[in-house]
Design a protein around this ligand. Sequence first.
Ligand code: KG4
Ligand code: ZN
Length: 371
Amino acid sequence: MKILAIETSCDETAAAVMEKKDNDPFVLTCSAVVASQAKLHEKYGGVYPEVASREHIRQILPVIAEALELPLTERDRLPLFSLKDIDHLAVTVGPGLIGSLLVGTNTVAALGLASGKPIIAVNHLAGHIYANFIRHNYTYSAESQPKSVATQYAQVPPRFPLMSLIVSGGHTLLVYMKEHYSFEIIGQTRDDAAGEAFDKVAKLLGLGYPGGPLVSKLAATGDRFAYNFPIGFEHEETLDFSFSGLKTAVLRVVQKESQPLNKQAKANIAASFERAVIEALLLKTTHALNAHPVNDFLLGGGVAANAYLRERLSTLLAHRVPSINLHIPPISLCTDNAQVIGAAAAFSPLTPTPAEALNAVARPVLSTSPP
Ligand code: KG4
Ligand code: ZN
C-alpha cells in the first residue's frame, strides 16, 4: 500500500510517499520533502500564524509535486496521473495552527475528490509516535553506553505494551499504548511544552528561532550546575509536567546578571536550563515506568532531537530497566515532516474520512482519541 502524506500543522510544509508492505512491521520512505519556514519566523522569535498559512499556500503544490517526483516543468500543477501509484492520501488534521491545518486539509480534500483516492485523517501526535515505525539505517548510540547495547536495538520492531514520550514545541506527553492506535495519555504538561520552554529561553538569551538547537549548542559549552533551576512537580506524585516556573526562573536570573550577558554566562544559563528540562522529563518517565511496566519505550517530537536528552534517557533506561528497548528516531524524523504522518496513517484502523468532511475534523487542540 502506498500513501501520499501531507503535513502543514505548524511551520513546515511537508509531503512524503510512504509504503507499507503486508509482511513488514515497518513503513518505508519512498520520497520525502520538507519546506521549512523557520527563516521567515525568525524575526518574530516564534511562529507567526498568518505568515505560516500564507507560506503553506505558496509551498504546498510544489512540495507535493516534488514528493511525487514530477519533472520540474510540471511542478506548478498536479496532473491526476501523478497519483496513479498512490492507494491512500493522508493528512494531519490536528493539533496545530488552524490556518495552517486548513491548507493541508483543503489540498488533500481536492486531491481526494479529483482522484477518488481514500483519505486518512491523522493526528499529528500519533505521527510523532509512529516515527518509530519507519525503517531507517540509523542506530542511536549514547557515548556513555557500549555500542553493542545500542546496536542490538537497531530496527527491531517496537513491542507492545509500550510507552512513548512526545516532546515537541506544542506538547509534552507520556502515552501508554497496549496496542496500535490505543493511546492512553498518562502525563502531560499543565502549562508550557518542553520545546516552547526552549524557544522562550532562546529568546531571553537573544539566540533566535527555533530555539531548541541553539540553546542546546550553547549549553554544551556551559556549566550545568551553575544555576539551580526548578524542576517542575519534583516532589509531587503526578506524572504531569510544568515548565512555566522554570522559564520565569531563567528570566529572573537574566535580569539579575550584569548586562549585556557575556558568552559564558549565557552558556551557563543554557546548560543549567537544559539540565532542569531533561531532569523533569527523566523524573516523570521513571515514575511512569514504575506505574506502567512496558516492553519498549519510544521517543518522539522536535525536542527528541536534543543530544543531551537522547544521551541521558538512553543511559537511564540501559541502567534502570535494561529489558526495555529504547527507540530513538533519526533527527530528521523527530522534527515535523510528512513521513511520520504517512506512517501513522499506515497503521490507522479508522475508516477513511470523506473529502467533504475533512475540514470539519481539522482541530487546533489536542484530542485524547487521536483520529
Ligand atoms: O515536533 P516539532 O518539529 O513541532 C511541533 O510539533 O511543535 O517540534 C519543534 C520544537 C521547537 O520548540 C524546537 O525548539 C524544538 O522542537 N527542538 C529542540 C531541538 N530541536 C528542535 N529542542 C531542544 N533541542 C533540540 N536539539
Ligand atoms: Zn510536531
